[in-house]
Design a protein around this ligand. Structure first.
Ligand code: 13P
Ligand code: SF4
Length: 352
């Protein structure tokens, strides 16, 4: 039995051949500042195998900005924040979508592509915000605040989206809230994003007490101490951070908004107050910016690995499936969001 298992494992781990070394050399050249050379023989065979299998399966790999650099730069066809991934999922003609991110992102891709196969390489890749609220909670909120529309952050389950009027992401939350033309909205589940939105609009926001387990750990003192050490540092923070952290930042925005801000301002030194892999990925694109890295990892995003992506494509697992009646209502909430026109290229990002 033990021998059988070993043979199976041997088949799954592709060897690092000279041909693979050659075919992945250009990828490694870009990554050499963020991945030690000694690790490349481990990643490269998977990258080569995934690239080949993607073609055979007519698959596209969508990767969130928090994926590790070997995924983000090695196998992803499209990368971005939650909004960009939803949009990419809506437009792709691939037959199979492999979502390298967390479960709610794969569900969103499936909602927008009911006839395509959507795979997530690890079903346990969840999100503390998505698990902070249930469909029953939303129904109860509606009973308590009758007639007030519900805006759900895209970091929610399809069942919660199905109970919502419209979704939003951290990129378009203010614009989505204002698009409803109401005095008050229920905003869920992220309390801190909701508070941030409330500070940017005259619409009154009824909040839920959900938090991101990664961003809630940053403190204002963390940011102040980086500023004491580096007086020229540009601080970019994700709106899932507590309000006192956002108050210390030079820029607040989605993960894609942060990248746009870096491209526009070209700072000498930057601190991204968000998930850790993001700085590695962005450092590859901005080699002259010095990134100071507080390392808060999202344990859910980190469940996705190259071996799991390869396995997912080989076995066509784990296929995302949403009950049709729930999917129909959840899809409407996502599609309403996608139709909201935004002024600055889908962004409520704020520079300080
Ligand atoms: P973005 O949409 O800004 O990429 O954020 C998604 C997320 O999960 C942040 O924690
Ligand atoms: Fe969820 Fe936070 Fe992880 Fe984003 S970083 S997926 S919000 S737990």
């Amino acid at each position: 039995m033990a021998t059988e298992r070993w043979i199976q494992l041997e088949e799954e781990v592709p060897p690092f051949t000279p041909e693979i070394e050659r075919s992945t050399a250009a990828v490694y050249d870009r990554l050499r500042n963020v991945i030690p050379e000694i690790e490349w023989p481990v990643h490269a065979p998977y990258i080569a195998a995934i690239r080949k299998l993607k073609l055979e399966r007519k698959a596209v790999v969508l990767a969130h900005n928090y994926q590790t650099p070997e995924i983000y730069h090695g196998v992803a066809d499209l990368t971005g924040d939650s909004l960009a991934l939803a949009r990419a999922a809506e437009r792709t003609d691939a037959e199979v979508i492999v979502l390298c991110g967390v479960h709610f992102m794969a569900e969103t891709a499936k909602l927008l592509n009911p006839d395509k196969v959507v795979l997530i390489p690890d079903l346990e890749a969840g999100c503390s915000l998505a698990s902070a609220i249930t469909a029953d909670d939303v129904r109860e909120l509606r009973r308590r605040h009758s007639g007030i529309p519900v805006v759900s952050y895209v970091n929610t389950s399809a069942a919660v989206k199905a109970e919502s009027d419209i979704c939003c992401t951290s990129s378009n939350a203010v614009e989505v809230v204002e698009s409803l033309g109401c005095d008050r909205v229920i905003f869920l589940p992220d309390e801190f994003l909701g508070r941030y939105v409330a500070g940017q609009t005259d619409v009154q926001v009824i909040l839920w007490r959900g938090h991101c387990e990664v961003h809630e750990r940053f403190s204002a003192e963390d940011v102040r101490s980086y500023r004491r050490n580096y007086d020229d540092i540009t601080v970019l923070a994700h709106p899932e951070c507590p309000p006192e952290v956002l108050a210390e930042a030079d820029f607040v925005g989605s993960t894609a908004g942060m990248i746009r801000h870096l491209a526009a301002r070209d700072p000498r030194r930057a601190l991204m107050v968000t998930e850790c892999s993001m700085s590695d990925n962005v450092a590859v694109e901005f080699p002259h910016v010095q990134f100071v890295r507080p390392c808060n990892l999202c344990p859910h995003m980190k469940r996705i690995t190259l071996p799991k992506i390869l396995r997912s494509l080989r076995l066509m697992e784990h296929e995302v499936d949403i009950e049709p009646e729930v999917a129909e209502r959840a899809r409407q909430a996502v599609q309403r969001m996608i139709k909201v026109r935004t002024v600055k290229g889908n962004s409520n990002d704020q520079a300080g």
